[in-house]
Design a protein around this ligand. Structure first.
Ligand SMILES: Nc1ncnc2c1ncn2[C@@H]1O[C@H](COP(=O)(O)OP(=O)(O)OP(=O)(O)O)[C@@H](O)[C@H]1O
Length: 225
């Protein structure tokens, strides 16, 4: 459960998120739309622990989110706008980094090999789910914008979070891949994650369980969860 209570995020004097409250239970997909600069990314960053609240709070399953490392360890996955991939690493390496960071590999050689094989399996499935099973060894900078976006989605899915925050994750995709990614995000909700999608696309918002609008940091409801 994502619980945002009277959250305000500010950059100096600029208030990006103004006294926002919302709840997203496990199993639900919330779409957040609104004009450029409305505060959608800032709301997602605050839920991910990547920016601090000026006032108010964010909780995930009762744990207050105070910084990114603890949020990530608690299963809060952010698929950032602009992908956030390391361009000089391969797609597979980009997927492996958060998985390796969150696990302590066993010291025993055989146990370690098994753990690494299981990570390889998770990565192969995530890349296959986004239709990039043959692109794992490509450098990110060799991939198209839409392929990079799908790698970023695969990286998010591979982490099997309890919260998935997808920031404009379909903006560069053709309709087939947009439907594919939306179905994958729906699968995440069906497995028990709470999902928030920031989007400019009305068709993405229409497919969500609820739809919130942001404008100048304020949130209102188009369709409640
Ligand atoms: N790191 C930052 N420092 C200062 N101002 C920022 C920072 N990040 C965002 N802003 C400002 O905060 C406001 C909200 O930005 P935000 O990126 O959250 O909006 P958005 O709704 O996601 O926009 P878009 O749809 O264009 O991605 C904007 O005025 C933006 O310029």
């Amino acid at each position: 459960m994502i619980t945002v209570t009277n959250l305000t995020v500010a950059y100096g004097d600029l208030v990006a998120v103004a006294d926002v409250s919302l709840r997203v239970p496990p199993g639900y997909v919330l779409a957040v739309s609104g004009p450029s600069g409305a505060g959608k990314s800032s709301l997602l960053w605050a839920i991910a622990g990547a920016v601090s609240a000026k006032s108010g709070s964010v909780e995930v399953d009762g744990l207050e989110i105070v910084d990114r490392p603890r949020a990530a360890a608690h299963g809060v996955v952010l698929i950032p706008q602009g992908n956030g991939l390391a361009r000089v690493l391969t797609a597979r390496e980009n997927l492996s980094m958060p998985l390796l960071a969150e696990r302590k590999l066993p010291s025993d050689d055989q146990d370690r090999d098994e753990a690494l094989e299981s990570i390889d399996d998770i990565i192969a499935k995530a890349l296959s789910d986004v239709g990039l099973e043959d692109s794992g060894d490509h450098l990110v900078e060799e991939l198209s914008g839409g392929e990079q976006q799908r790698v970023a989605v695969a990286r998010g899915l591979a982490q099997r979070g309890k919260v998935i925050l997808a920031d404009e994750s379909t903006s560069e995709l053709d309709s087939t891949n947009r439907e594919r990614v939306l179905a994958l995000l729906r699968d995440e909700a069906d497995r028990g994650a709470a999902v928030i999608i920031a989007t400019h696309d009305p068709s993405v918002a229409a497919g969500a369980d609820g739809h919130a609008l942001m404008d100048e940091g304020h949130l209102s409801w188009e369709r409640r969860l």
